[in-house]
Design a binder for this molecule. Structure first.
Ligand SMILES: Nc1ncnc2c1ncn2[C@@H]1O[C@H](COP(=O)(O)OP(=O)(O)OP(=O)(O)O)[C@@H](O)[C@H]1O
Length: 250
């Protein structure tokens, strides 16, 4: 199967003892595209991310990064194939400084303490500084990560992911718990990543989705209900109906 897409999902499904949380999902995400995954609670968005990243094994269908099949591969192999995932709950090293967190993450070898003593090449140092700048963390570079605000912690974790240069970024509700100002800044950061990375973003906040969205895939009961630009999605009758129970799309 030859393709130039970054991520190809073909008839993917997972059967949890008779319940298909993801039920025949097909989706093609182009290189450099930002795809938003929408859907009411329980639609299967997180499970789909789990299947792509290897956290959960599928019971049918296939997943490709470019031409490389990663269906049900080990999580580390999927990460090596170019997929980086950011969860809702950040996992930064709270006792280390912001800069040290990025330094440790820039080395693709396990062992936090071993990496701390290492010498960094000038290109690695430049990369750390440019990520600090990109994430708006220059002023707090020498603060311990445990002292950061919620928004800053999320940006640091995004930076820690980016420094590993994944081709595809999976972001699970990146603005959850953020203030309006933090959400706006996150949309600016994400908009700058478009084109350089392929992004799949699960998000509920429609105001945020309007700031970042290109194409949207709407999931409902484990299936793809609709796919298109935000204007198409907001006026789609099936989408409106699926969202009625949760108050509609706002
Ligand atoms: N390991 C599992 N075993 C059984 N059912 C599961 C499992 N994981 C998820 N589910 C069910 O699959 C459905 C989809 O859940 P999922 O978390 O993927 O939805 P979601 O669209 O991400 O929702 P939310 O927006 O609430 O996070 C839910 O009904 C959930 O209870």
């Amino acid at each position: 199967m030859a393709n130039k897409s970054a991520l190809t999902i073909d008839a993917l499904e997972v059967d949890f003892s008779g319940f298909k949380a993801v039920d025949g999902v097909s989706m093609v995400v182009e290189d450099g595209e930002l795809r938003v995954l929408l859907g009411a609670n329980g639609a299967g968005k997180t499970t789909l991310m789990d299947l792509i990243s290897g956290k959960t094994k599928s019971t049918g269908g296939r997943v490709f990064v470019g031409d490389t099949e990663i269906t049900n591969a080990e999580e580390h192999r999927i990460a090596r194939a170019g997929i980086g995932r950011k969860f809702q709950i950040p996992s930064v090293f709270r006792e280390l400084t912001v800069r040290q967190n990025l330094e440790v993450s820039s080395i693709k070898r396990p062992g936090v303490l071993a990496n701390l003593g290492l010498r960094f090449s000038s290109s690695q140092r430049e990369r750390v500084e440019s990520i600090l700048d990109e994430m708006g963390l220059v002023d707090v570079a020498n603060e311990t990560a445990g002292a950061l605000s919620h928004g800053q912690t999320q940006w640091l974790e995004l930076g820690m992911l980016l420094i590993q240069e994944p081709q595809i970024l999976l972001l699970d509700e990146p603005t959850a718990g953020m203030t309006q100002a933090e959400t706006l800044k996150t949309s600016q950061i994400i908009n700058r990543l478009k084109g350089r990375h392929t992004l799949v973003v699960v998000e509920h906040d429609m105001a945020f989705v309007r700031q970042i969205a290109e194409r949207i895939t709407v999931m409902h009961l484990g299936k793809v209900l609709a796919e298109g630009r935000i204007e198409d999605i907001e006026t789609n009758e099936a989408v409106r109906e699926a969202y009625l129970g949760s108050g509609g799309i706002h």
